[in-house]
Design a protein around this ligand. Structure first.
Ligand code: HEM
Length: 147
């Protein structure tokens, strides 16, 4: 089981209570699709992904980013059993969507950048370390259904 210290949990919750899922999630998914363009293949039904500008204004991208970040918010509420919480979602990404699990870590890295951009000085090195751990645990949990 992953061990969390009180200060890690505090650092995560302090930021997360202020996270606007649509804004943060939309930007994070748009950046994923722009920085790692090969990830666009999973979103072929999302319409125009032809440029960074088109991606960041694409309503389906923003709405899906919101869904993903909301889901991470729910996982934070189950921080001691993220693996169990994401078991079904992991299988879904593996069996139905065929998403390469390396993309879960990429999404975490992008999300760190988006949080740092939005929260500036409040996103201290300690906070970054806590989120880095969280997104590692999330990526690991989502990768568990792959075997
Ligand atoms: C890392 C954290 C991630 C979380 C928490 C997450 C969560 C979710 C959730 C909650 C859904 C909706 C499931 C449903 O409708 O029942 C979903 C769908 C989906 N996810 Fe993920 N996801 C993550 C990463 C990724 C990545 C990195 C990719 C691809 C690069 C991806 C590709 C997809 C696709 C293609 C769908 C279906 C979209 C649609 O057609 O509506 N996900 N994900």
């Amino acid at each position: 089981m992953v061990h969390w210290t009180d200060s890690q949990i505090k650092a995560i919750n302090k930021i997360w209570t202020k996270v606007n899922a649509k804004e943060i999630g939309g930007e994070a998914l748009a950046r994923l699709l722009s920085v790692y363009p090969w990830t666009q293949r999973y979103f072929s039904t999302f319409g125009n992904l032809g440029s960074c500008d088109a991606i960041s204004h694409n309503a389906k991208v923003i709405s899906h980013g919101e869904k993903v970040v909301t889901s991470i918010g729910e996982a934070i509420k189950h921080i001691d059993d993220i693996k169990g919480y994401f078991a079904q979602l992991s299988q879904y990404h593996y069996e139905k969507l065929h998403v390469d699990p390396a993309n879960f870590s990429r999404f975490g890295s992008v999300l760190i950048i988006v949080l740092a951009r939005h929260f500036g000085e409040e996103f201290t090195p300690e906070t970054q370390a806590a989120f880095n751990k969280l997104f590692h645990v999330v990526a690991d949990a989502l990768g568990k259904g792959y075997h």
